[in-house]
Design a protein around this ligand. Structure first.
Ligand code: ITT
Length: 194
């Protein structure tokens, strides 16, 4: 039995990894399953540093091979913000955070609203160097939120190919095209080698 700890406190991420790794023969464990309530602090300046901190930190706490990701939204007109600060952008959460982003962009015209999601996965296991995989997804920041699927900034992330936001497409579609899915496909190659 191959156990892998998916080290996240974000239930949206957990759902997506469970769907993306379905059929790989892995037994996925969560922090809740293992009774781990400690928070590994994300003090890094890059997605990669934070993913490493989380994967190695939770490996040390659990003893299990561990996958952690650091992900976020980069908006070109905001010089790449919120970036690694996506989860705490504006010091608010949920709908208020979407409104905060819209307020920052109120004078930015449609053709300058390009953005991308970035996901860096770190895979850590005992006695081995940590491995990394990355994925991105390009889109445009909408003028108002639409849709109820996904999590985080999905209702504001408009997909040109779908003419829908990431919160309006089915979960299966998000899990084919997302930054997390792309990174997970690359991570899967490492997992198969393990
Ligand atoms: P963990 O650290 O426990 O995994 P977190 O939510 O704090 O959970 P991050 O530090 O990686 O995770 O922050 C990522 C933030 O970026 C997340 O809270 C969302 O606001 C945003 N984000 C990342 N991926 C996203 C996605 O697929 N859809 C929408 N927003 C996303």
């Amino acid at each position: 039995m191959h156990e892998l700890l998916i080290a996240t406190h974000n239930p949206g991420k957990l759902r997506e990894y469970a769907a993306i790794f379905d059929g790989l023969g892995l037994t996925l464990r969560t922090l809740d399953d293992l009774g781990i309530s400690e928070d590994v602090e994300e003090t890094g300046a890059t997605f990669e540093e934070n993913a490493r901190l989380k994967a190695e930190g939770y490996l040390a706490l659990s003893g299990l091979p561990t996958l952690a990701d650091d992900s976020g939204l980069e908006v070109a007109a905001l010089n790449g913000a919120p970036g690694v600060y996506s989860a705490r952008y504006g010091g608010v959460k949920g709908a208020a955070q979407l409104q905060y982003l819209l307020d920052q962009m109120k004078d930015v015209p449609w053709h300058q609203r390009v953005a991308r999601f970035v996901c860096v996965i770190a895979l850590a296991r005992p006695g081995q160097p940590t491995q990394f995989a990355q994925g991105t997804l390009s889109g445009v920041i909408e003028a108002a939120p639409r849709g109820t699927g996904g999590f985080g900034y999905d209702p504001l992330f408009y997909l040109l190919d779908d003419d829908k936001t990431l919160a309006e497409v089915p979960a299966e579609r998000k899990n084919q095209i997302s930054h997390r899915a792309e990174a997970a496909r690359a991570a899967r190659v490492f997992l198969e080698q393990w």
